[in-house]
Design a protein around this ligand. Structure first.
Ligand code: G1P
Length: 276
């Protein structure tokens, strides 16, 4: 059973300056809900309620968001506004949150390795809140948890990405073993279009088996001088098995202004416009 999820949230979000000068990028709202809350919601819907944040300087607002605010709750008690906090309160009640700090920004692999202390020796999920995902009946992480129950190995979520943005992703090569499921044979972090082994880019949803930590300890700095999870996963794929899963649903790259605006319009239409 997987019940832990790691959320790396130490990044600066420089693409959103000045909004992110003193507020965490994960607290930017899509309509009226911060990105990080969508991520935690997806995680809880997948049955994972032990949430570990790998955090950094200037990220206190995230801790406060997932804590009770007695003064505010007292203020709005008995008013219609109480309902606006209900979903957040439910998440707080269902989850156990823990935090550790990434002292230096040395890449996603380094962030995940920093989270080892919150995870221990068990399989776990990683969710990048920048990637906002909506599945069908099952959320994207829930789909991956089901797959893990079947295959018991690390899984990365992938989607076809256009040629002109392939250099922004970890890219896989794989052999199809089932519809939408590939056994990974190669992985490259942010390749040029010429070097890309396919057009399947990894999005911010992972399930990892705990041997990844030892592999990360042995991973040298790669692309951009950072410790890349992609490089550790490539080693894992060579030694055993890593799957790539073409998830069902839609994903928005909320780390970019265009994706953020698209997600805002989508959520406004889908959830808020008609008071749903
Ligand atoms: C990270 C990973 C990359 C992955 C991407 C998904 O990159 O290193 O492999 O494709 O997340 O969002 P980042 O976007 O943090 O540069």
């Amino acid at each position: 059973m997987i019940n832990k999820c790691l959320l790396p949230v130490a990044g600066y979000g420089t693409r959103f300056l000045p909004a992110t000068k003193s507020s965490p990028k994960e607290m930017l709202p899509i309509v009226n809900k911060p990105l990080i809350e969508y991520a935690v919601q997806e995680t809880v819907e997948a049955g994972l309620t032990r949430i570990g944040f790998v955090t950094g300087r200037g990220k206190r607002a995230i801790e406060d968001h997932f804590d009770k605010n007695y003064e505010l709750e007292d203020q709005i008690r008995g008013t219609g506004k109480e309902d606006l906090l209900q979903a957040t309160r439910d998440l707080i009640d269902q989850c156990e949150f823990s935090y550790t700090r990434q002292k230096e920004m040395k890449g996603l692999g380094h962030a995940i390795l920093t989270g080892e202390t919150l995870i221990g020796d068990e399989p776990f999920a990683v969710v990048l809140a920048d990637d906002l995902c909506f599945g069908g009946d099952d959320g994207v992480l829930a789909q991956m948890v089901k797959l893990f129950d079947q295959y018991r190995c690390s899984i990365v979520a992938v989607e076809e990405v256009p040629d002109d943005s392939i250099h922004q992703y970890g890219v896989i090569a794989g052999e199809a073993i089932h519809e939408g499921i590939y056994r990974v044979t190669d992985m490259i972090e942010k390749p040029s279009i010429e070097d890309a082994p396919s057009n399947f880019g990894i999005i911010g949803r992972y399930i990892l088996t705990p041997d990844i930590f030892e592999l990360l300890r042995n991973t040298l700095p790669g692309k951009n001088g950072e410790i890349q999870i992609t490089d550790a996963l490539k080693m894992q794929a060579e030694q055993g098995c890593v799957l790539a899963y073409r998830f069902k649903g839609r994903r928005f790259d909320c780390g970019s202004i265009d994706g953020f605006v698209e997600a805002t319009n989508f959520c406004y239409e889908k959830f808020y416009k008609n008071g749903l």
